[in-house]
Design a protein around this ligand. Structure first.
Ligand code: AMP
Ligand code: MG
Length: 416
């Protein structure tokens, strides 16, 4: 596995904004994922490793956009209906023959325009009388004709390197003659939970124990981000054991991700363990929920220690790990789409940090979208994630938000 340089996360400041963190990641980290060629069946959601260039014009030839009759516009009477004999027929996939003057050609959607014809009447707009076609007046020249190259031209870049491929990108690549795409290999991410209290889902719970909920969420979210996840289970609150397992995992993956154990309490052993087997940089991100996050390197592999509280883990995965994976995986780091909505709540917050409030969207009678805050705020409240449509972002400088203000809203559905 490729190695990262020792200083890639180094940062001396006390509190880091999300933008600063993402900029550091972009500046210091290389792309780790090599390119591989894959067929379309494996390409959805993958990252384009190179620009994709059209091999042919699209469409390749002028063709009809409708079922109807192709004519020369110059054969039409300007002042009334035109009646033309039907001089031929061309369906999709056929090559058209020559066209006698002052005739109409029966044509179907996708069929090549017959030579010298330039306009197509929709069949719904004409009448047939005595084997001839009666064409109404007023149709513009070139109507219902698709021009060669109007979609894209041979030689144009149709997909840029770094794009996460969507089904419509695959369709465009196929249309211009491509059958395999060069994409980045999937990043390998090892995931651990930490904590003596953490038990597997479904296990009987000792006094004080809780089921592991972070790991199933993180695994699923990482999968949606295109990673290949190695689930490595639960680490105890024991420095030696954490150090041993992190060191064992690091050589086989591009990122080691943990949740829990990175606060400053004496039962938080993950940072100490990383220091022992690698290099630790501790980032205090100026976001709530989310602080603190441990960043570092173990054996040249990136390490991120997420907070243990589930909502904090969700938010930091989104705003920190997502751009980190984009960088290592060769993807353009596209900031998630924020939608302006109207606050239907009143809320006070501390200055100097960005806060993400869980909210649901309610269409208002005046046509606006109102954001209704989830009633409980704690970073451990899992139902605030399941019972909300997304996150309202309150900027660093904001100290209070009132009903009626426009706020930025990130729908969960657009994030992953
Ligand atoms: P920590 O960051 O280890 O202090 O954990 C903060 C809180 O998150 C504690 O209440 C932990 O029990 C809880 N927590 C940590 N890891 C998990 C996990 N994997 N699943 C559910 N809750 C967790
Ligand atoms: Mg813990």
């Amino acid at each position: 596995m490729a190695q990262l340089s020792d200083d890639c996360f180094a940062f001396g400041g006390p509190l880091l904004s999300v933008e600063q963190a993402v900029a550091l990641i972009g500046d210091r980290l290389p792309i780790l994922a090599e390119a591989e060629a894959v067929p379309f069946g494996e390409a959805d959601g993958r990252i384009a490793a190179e620009d994709v260039v059209a091999r042919i014009d699209l469409p390749r030839f002028d063709n009809s956009a409708v079922d109807g009759y192709a004519v020369r516009h110059s054969d039409l009477r300007p002042d009334g209906e035109t009646v033309l004999p039907i001089g031929g027929r061309v369906a999709a996939g056929e090559a058209p023959g020559d066209v006698a003057r002052a005739t109409a050609i029966r044509i179907f959607t996708g069929a090549p325009m017959p030579p010298e014809t330039d306009t197509v009447f929709m069949q719904e707009d004409v009448r047939l009388a005595d084997g001839r076609v009666v064409l109404p007046t007023g149709l513009k020249k070139s109507a219902n004709r698709r021009l060669a190259g109007e979609d894209t031209r041979r030689g144009e870049v149709i997909i840029s390197a770094g794009r996460r491929l969507r089904p419509q990108d695959l369709a465009l690549a196929a249309a211009v003659g491509i059958d395999r795409l060069s994409v980045r290999r999937r990043l390998r991410v090892a995931v651990f939970s930490t904590g003596n209290e953490i038990a597997e889902p479904g296990a009987a719970l000792r006094p004080g124990a809780v089921h592991d909920s972070n790991r199933v969420m993180l695994r699923a979210l990482l999968g949606r981000l295109g990673a290949e996840v190695r689930d490595l289970g639960i680490l105890p609150d024991d420095v030696d054991e954490v150090a041993r397992q992190l060191a064992a995992a690091a050589p086989h993956c591009d990122l080691v991700l943990t949740s829990g154990g990175v606060s400053t309490g004496e039962e938080d052993h993950v940072k100490t363990a990383v220091e022992r087997v690698g290099r630790l940089v501790f980032w205090r991100l100026a976001i709530k929920p989310g602080r603190p996050v441990a960043m570092g390197l173990v054996d040249g592999t990136a390490f991120v220690g997420l907070p243990g509280n589930p909502v904090a883990a969700y938010v930091t995965l989104l705003f920190l790990v997502r751009p980190l994976l984009a960088r290592l995986g060769g993807a353009n780091d596209e900031a998630p789409l924020a939608i302006p909505v109207r606050s239907a709540f009143r809320y006070g917050k501390k200055e100097g940090r960005r806060e993400y409030v869980r909210a649901s969207i309610r269409p208002a009678p005046d046509g606006q979208l109102d954001a209704v805050k989830f009633p409980r705020e704690g970073a451990g409240i899992l139902t605030s994630l399941t019972g909300s449509d997304g996150l309202v972002e309150l900027p660093e400088a904001t100290t209070r938000v009132s009903e009626g203000e426009i706020v930025r809203f990130y729908p969960h559905a657009l994030l992953w």
